[in-house]
Design a protein around this ligand. Structure first.
Ligand code: LLP
Length: 452
């Protein structure tokens, strides 16, 4: 596969780093010529720790968690914000989420194991996934998780059996696919009718399953869950999905006289990957969700429905950046200029997978305007291996330190060892202090699971 044709007449935007607005971590500053985050010089950090390197602005991570909790709680005092750990999870991140009063969404046994290793309270964990194995369900139920989000009838039977065997009554949510086509990349839409997730609303299938859910032994239906996709800017999709979910809850009340206490609305708001993007704020998003729920509940005569929300990207993406070193420069006249960095699709698959658009700067020339259009390519054996396609950058030279913004979500968590690339370290920065929270892999790690 070759890269898409360069954008016709792509022009450099001449912006300096501090003109990149919403893609910058909250504490980003430029001092002299260097980019600082959390009071730490990114150029020095890259030299000390080596590149590729994931760096997180800890204050920004915490601030976003607080913004979610306070925005939802202002309108719905008993709401709950659950961090979607698939966006980015290590022990340090789980501990920050715990300290900030977040609950945690895990997608299976592995994320649950990380959370438990970090001491995250099991009774604040929600378990997701369309094919949780019986072993994963057993691990979750015996760990005492708060809730399992049931995705199918087969899973309902499994949870019921396991809970019965352990003499536990397990709280569950039922995940419905509300039939809403959210405006985002087709790979990350989940709420449409043709979806592998949840119980479809088609032919009223989800409602027909309620009998079984209510009858299942050792299982308590505590809530309804929906998730329409990720990186959604058009918030009306949420409004539509909330209407479907609340109507569903009202029908359960009417038909079975059974009260559902909780509506989990799924993931959080979309974010700015480009300086020109204008997503809603966390506050605007929370307001829209709460108001939609209130309006629909008022129509349906439902009272005191608790709202749960599971943001991932809008917490982790912007506080996180990736640092690389420029290793090779190659200009193909009339085609494009390649700037090759010491990472690529192994640490950030999003560009190859979704043609994601990231903003980048040279951290050692952060005060200068971005006067060139370049393609930041990786070091992997694939032509599609790019981090930024035809993006603006300061004049690049060998040894420059590249900082790519907005890579805190779905980059480390989707990373691989492709081409034997070791996974980068993760560093949290705050108040001038850099803390390595995940060490860089070594070549020994690459063979650690192999048996002689
Ligand atoms: N809850 C559920 C059930 C989810 O499946 C997801 C994301 C979230 C919450 C968090 O959604 P967020 O707040 O992050 O939008 N790898 C893709 C994103 C996949 C999202 C999958 N589900 C990407 O890099 O864009």
């Amino acid at each position: 596969m070759s890269l898409p044709t360069p954008k016709a007449n792509a022009m450099a935007d001449n912006r300096t780093t501090m003109e990149l607005g919403a893609v910058l971590p909250a504490t980003a500053t430029v001092q002299d010529t260097h980019l600082f985050i959390g009071g730490v010089d990114m150029v020095e950090l890259a030299h000390q720790q080596g590149t590729a390197l994931y760096v997180y602005d800890e204050e920004d991570l915490r601030e976003r968690m607080r913004a979610y909790r306070s925005s939802f709680n202002r309108l719905h005092p008993n709401s709950e914000v659950i961090y979607a750990s698939k966006a980015f999870l290590n022990k340090a991140m789980a501990r920050i989420a715990a300290e900030e009063g977040m609950s945690l969404d895990v997608s299976g046994g592995g994320e649950l194991a990380i959370a438990r290793a970090a001491g995250f309270p099991a009774d604040r964990v929600y378990v997701h996934g369309n094919n949780k194995t019986p072993e994963e369900l057993e691990e979750a139920i015996t760990a005492g998780v708060k809730c399992i989000v049931i995705d199918s009838r087969i899973e309902l039977a499994r949870v019921s059996q396991i809970a019965e065997r352990h003499g536990i009554t397990q709280d569950v949510f039922m995940r419905i696919t509300p039939g809403v086509e959210a405006d985002t990349h087709e790979y990350i839409r989940t709420g449409m009718e043709d979806s592998k997730f949840g119980f479809t609303m088609r032919d009223d299938f989800a409602f027909k399953c309620i009998d079984d859910v209510l009858a299942a032994s050792h299982v308590r239906l505590a809530g309804i869950h929906m998730h329409i996709g990720s990186q959604i800017f058009a918030l009306h999709s949420y409004r539509e999905a909330v209407a479907v979910a609340v109507d569903f809850i009202a029908r359960i009340k009417k038909t079975y006289d059974y009260t559902i206490d909780v509506l989990d609305v799924g993931g959080g708001v979309g974010i700015a990957y480009q300086a020109s993007d204008q997503p809603a704020s966390i506050e605007e998003f929370a307001t829209l969700v709460c108001e939609s729920v209130d309006e629909e509940c008022a129509k349906a005569g439902i009272e005191n429905l608790r709202i749960l929300c599971e943001p991932g990207r809008s917490i982790a993406a912007i506080p996180g950046v990736t640092l690389y070193t420029v290793g090779i420069l190659k200009t193909l006249p009339g085609i494009r200029k390649y700037v090759a960095v010491d990472g690529g699709m192994s640490d950030n698959i999003r560009t190859a997978l979704y043609h994601a658009d990231f903003e980048a700067v040279l951290a050692n020339k952060a005060d200068q305007p971005r006067t060139e259009v370049v393609t930041l390519c990786g070091k992997h054996c694939e032509s599609g291996d790019a981090v930024v396609l035809d993006g603006s950058l300061q004049h690049p030279e060998l040894g420059d330190i590249v900082c790519v913004f907005g890579t805190g979500a779905y980059c480390q968590s989707m990373s691989s060892n492709y081409n034997g690339q070791v996974r980068p370290a993760v560093v949290f920065v705050r108040d001038g202090v850099a803390r390595v929270v995940t060490r860089r892999q070594t070549y020994a790690d690459l063979v650690a699971c192999d048996i002689d």
